[in-house]
Design a protein around this ligand. Structure first.
Ligand code: NAD
Ligand code: DAU
Length: 340
């Protein structure tokens, strides 16, 4: 276990043009100007270079490429002191339709990055999800803890669980200086319109009725993406090698309440939505116990008022139609084809 503070000066952030990765890049640019960031992103449907537009060129550089490309990694990684790996296929519904890119990017991509980190002796931080632990019953008092067994339900979460296990093995067998964080559901600016909160806000703005899966009682543990970024920085700089940290902000809410909070904010009646078919294998409830992160690394969320965070998020989508509009039609077409 390393007790030393790690001071990153030149990091690679994979997936830095996606939702959470770009929020992290912008947070680092603002809070740690001493740290240069190389974003490695394939620019899939979920990656948008506009998400990091306007940041100082001397501090943030974009390299368009695939994390599965070993030759590219061999050229790119030397000279950097850390890799923070966000890149992934991230959407459960897509993974049910076509799991192939999930296996490729999430499993093979992580393997290639670990090999590069090992070869070039670079610190590695792995971004993962609470979904690796499966789900909880609605009435269960228990929350996820770092040593819980892995029980992923979907093709997406099983590929994330696989990638976490690779990280654990590369640390133990090859001594790669690695940490893992498993975070709950993020919300905030720059989230793709396929995801729950942005989908509903942008649908209302387009005059489309929001869609609720199943009985609407599934619970997600919401955290503002800025609190996720702050936690990742703390783990990168102060985390103990080989350890897993769970990131969550006591934000449990069921889907119907989140949807009705959005409808209310946007001047719609509480029943102005459609019930649609449930997601196959739909996880019931996620809930994070963040005690280890709070006690060992001193992290605490600052966005503790979900209502205020939701106000800001609705406002962000209202004022950034140019950003989300190009993806909206194709996303809704895909959902309609699957009855959702
Ligand atoms: P996202 O789908 O918005 O962005 C993913 C990014 O990765 C995109 O920019 C995309 O172009 C890039 N990418 C995809 N395949 C790539 C490849 N082969 N090579 C290089 N780049 C590639 O995802 P997100 O919601 O921001 O999630 C980011 C990470 O955080 C993922 O690892 C996800 O599992 C994890 N996570 C997400 C949440 C959440 O609530 N969204 C919660 C916990 C953990
Ligand atoms: O828990 C962390 C995970 O959170 C991340 O690992 C994933 O990358 C991220 O996508 C998210 O997964 P979810 O499946 O929980 O998020 P999603 O936004 O797809 O759905 C949230 C909940 O809302 C879920 O219970 C399904 C439901 N839902 C979703 C959509 C898009 C609806 O009821 N209607 C919808 O239109």
């Amino acid at each position: 276990m390393s007790e030393e503070l790690f001071e990153p000066h030149n990091i690679i952030v994979t997936g830095g043009c996606g939702f959470i990765g770009s929020n992290f890049v912008r947070w680092v640019a603002e809070n740690h100007p001493e740290c240069h960031v190389t974003v490695l992103d394939k620019l899939t449907y979920a990656g948008n270079p506009d998400n990091i537009a306007g940041l100082p060129e001397s501090q943030v550089e974009l390299v368009v490429g695939d994390v599965c490309d070993a030759a590219l990694l061999d050229r790119l990684v030397p000279g950097h002191d850390a890799i923070v790996h966000y890149a992934a296929e991230s959407h459960n519904d897509n993974s049910i339709l076509d799991p192939e890119p999930f296996v490729q990017t999430n499993v093979v991509g992580t393997y290639r990055l670990l090999q590069a980190a090992r070869k070039h002796d670079v610190r590695y931080h792995h971004i993962s999800t609470d979904e690796v632990y499966g789900d909880l019953a609605l009435d269960e008092p228990r929350r996820f803890r770092p040593d819980d067994p892995y029980k992923p339900s979907s093709p997406y979460s099983s590929t994330k669980a696989s990638s976490d296990l690779l990280v654990r093995a590369w640390h133990r067998t090859y001594g790669v200086r690695a940490t893992i964080s498993n975070c709950s559901n993020n919300y905030g600016p720059y989230q793709h319109v396929e995801k729950f909160i942005p989908r509903q806000i942008t649908s209302i703005l387009c005059g489309i009725r929001p869609k609720l899966y199943g009985d609407g009682r599934n619970v997600r543990d919401w955290i503002h993406t800025e609190d996720h970024s702050r936690a990742v920085w703390d783990i990168l700089t102060k985390g103990h090698m080989g350890e897993t940290y769970l990131i969550g902000a006591d934000g449990e809410k069921d889907n119907i309440h989140v949807l009705q909070a959005i409808l209310e904010r946007m001047g719609q009646p509480a029943d102005a939505f459609d019930w649609v078919r449930d997601r196959p294998g739909h996880d019931r409830r996620y809930a994070i116990d963040p005690t280890k992160l709070e006690t060992e690394l001193g992290w605490k969320p600052i966005h503790t008022d979900f209502s205020e965070g939701l106000d800001q998020t609705v406002e962000w989508y209202r004022s950034h139609e140019d950003w989300w509009r190009p993806a909206k039609e194709a996303t809704e077409k895909k959902y309609a084809a699957q009855g959702q």
